[in-house]
Design a protein. Structure first.
Length: 509
């Protein structure tokens, strides 16, 4: 258990303080530094009651940053479908066909979107007479062995005061990168990922498909702030899970009002048709953590259905947040004085002189100053550590928003200096250096493999199926396992043989 100090000497001094306090038996005395996991939370994984039961429509995270390798562009990444188990077949993970996935851009600070990028999807099935997602090794997005595929369109809507000025289709029938079933089904997933990156005529680039969940955090916080005694800390709960991602890279001049007003506010939403056939917004995300730990239960579903220009109704949740009081009650760390006007700047207006547009109307948007160049060596604590290219100026994949948000909520900006955090400082996978930057999804074939012996299938399968603790001399048990395994392989092999003969008739479709 270590505190997240900004320097080695800071870490040593804080560790010394913790050890001394624990030695004295005083958890409350150590609380100011020992609460590094503190009140961390998932960024927007299952954040509201209604949307938690509709994963295809659930925003999990939103990122917006000036592209590190193309600083004249901005990259926006919106993720959906939390907690995708990689081996979760036979029905793997798709975007919803009955939804509108929208990325909104407010380029004048009035809390209304002037630009809206709308993604809509279509699912295609080559052979409906099989349960399989793919019928053989997939080597390309147009491979006939990829049985379930998706394509999408992007429409650009230009708006003024919520009235439509124009609608332009900027992408048509673009293929989606599939779920990473496993190494036998997709021996070179990187090729499939590359084929799903599509350049648009406007100079923009788009990607849609599965990716490793880039959010890193210990979600055991919900067990009364890590067990109520910090016994549950430092585990990246999202390690090994995937999400469905939309990534859009656009020229800065395409989305900002002007070079003189380079700040944009960005949020993502999902709409689906209700029982009357009307489009209804069911999910919304701007800044991380707001609808998890800022909004109470009574407001969560309302927030997901609301628009930024109506965010005045949630103001008290920001100025009088619940979280510091919970930390004080459990760990005896004194909560900062209210009302919390410092949090209004971080979550609703942007920081003055950094990413606050002129004449701003307070609204929950992820605000990015597109004129600030990417950092050569990004710091995970972003602005708190002097790196103005990071959160809360937009959000990069490497930004540790749990630690940053916790430190701010506990008063970092109002004189209560602290180094709190969740002891999870980086993603388990390295991010890419070019668009779409996301790490490739974890393969469904991960995990322990059977370890048989010999060269024939019978011996290999028998050894692989031997139960843990079985003796090597228990030949009856091994033979029984092998016989059952081989029988299963023969049965499946026969079925696949006849099925493949039949399936070949359908591939043209």
């Amino acid at each position: 258990m270590t505190a997240n100090a900004r320097s080695g000497s800071g870490r040593r001094s804080i560790a010394t303080l913790i050890c001394g306090a624990l030695a004295a038996g005083g958890l409350a005395a150590a609380g100011a530094t020992a609460l590094q996991p503190g009140a961390a939370s998932a960024s927007s994984h299952r954040e509201a009651p209604l949307i938690s039961g509709q994963p295809q429509y659930d925003n999990t995270d939103l990122y917006a940053f000036v592209s590190p390798d193309k600083p004249d562009t901005t990259t926006v990444i919106a993720n959906f479908v939390p907690f995708e188990e990689p081996a979760g077949g036979p029905n793997f993970y798709t975007f919803a066909d009955d939804a509108q996935y929208d990325i909104h851009v407010d380029n004048n600070g009035d809390a209304q979107g002037e630009l809206l990028f709308r993604y809509t999807f279509r699912t295609h099935t080559r052979n409906k007479n099989t349960f399989l997602y793919n019928t053989g090794p997939v080597t390309a997005l147009d491979d006939p062995d990829l049985n379930i595929t998706q394509t999408y369109d992007i429409d650009l809507l230009k708006l003024h005061n919520q009235k439509l000025l124009s609608r332009t289709k900027i992408a048509d029938d673009v293929p989606v990168a599939p779920s990473n079933v496993g190494k036998a089904s997709m021996p070179d997933y990187g090729t499939l990922r590359d084929q799903a990156v599509h350049k648009l005529a406007s100079g923009a680039t788009t990607f849609a498909g599965q990716a490793d969940d880039p959010f890193f955090a210990d979600l055991r916080v919900f067990d009364l702030l890590y067990g109520g005694n910090l016994s549950e800390v430092g585990n990246d709960t999202l390690k090994g899970y995937n999400v469905n991602s939309l990534a859009l890279q656009v020229p800065n001049d395409y989305i900002r009002a002007s070079a003189q007003q380079p700040v944009v506010g960005i949020w993502s939403t999902v709409q689906r048709k209700d029982a009357h056939g009307d489009w209804t917004q069911v999910s919304r995300l701007g800044n991380p953590l707001v609808n998890e730990v800022v909004n109470p239960q009574k407001d969560k579903d309302t927030f997901n259905a609301s628009a930024p220009w109506n965010d005045g109704q949630f103001l008290k949740n920001v100025t009088n947040p619940e979280l510091p009081g919970l930390i004080e009650g459990i760990y005896k760390i004194k909560a900062p004085a209210e009302p919390r006007t410092d949090l209004v700047d971080v979550f609703l207006k942007g920081v003055k002189g950094l990413n606050q547009p002129p004449h701003v109307r307070p609204a929950e948007e992820l605000r990015l100053n597109t004129a600030i160049k990417p950092a050569a060596a990004p710091k995970r604590l972003g602005v708190l550590d002097g790196d103005n290219a990071g959160f809360p100026n937009g959000r990069r994949l490497t930004d540790d928003v749990i630690d940053e948000a916790l430190q701010v909520v506990e008063g970092e900006l109002v004189g209560s200096k602290n180094d709190l955090g969740d002891a999870v400082d980086a993603n388990d996978k390295e991010f890419g250096h070019s668009f779409p930057y996301l790490a490739e999804p974890t393969s469904g074939s991960r995990g322990p493999l059977a370890k048989g012996s010999g060269t024939d299938v019978r011996n290999q399968l028998g050894g692989g199926l031997q139960p843990a603790g079985a003796s090597g001399t228990d030949t009856r048990l091994i033979a029984s396992s092998a016989a059952a395994g081989v029988a299963g392989v023969l049965l499946i092999g026969t079925a696949v043989f006849w099925w493949r003969r039949r399936a070949s008739r359908y591939r043209a479709y």
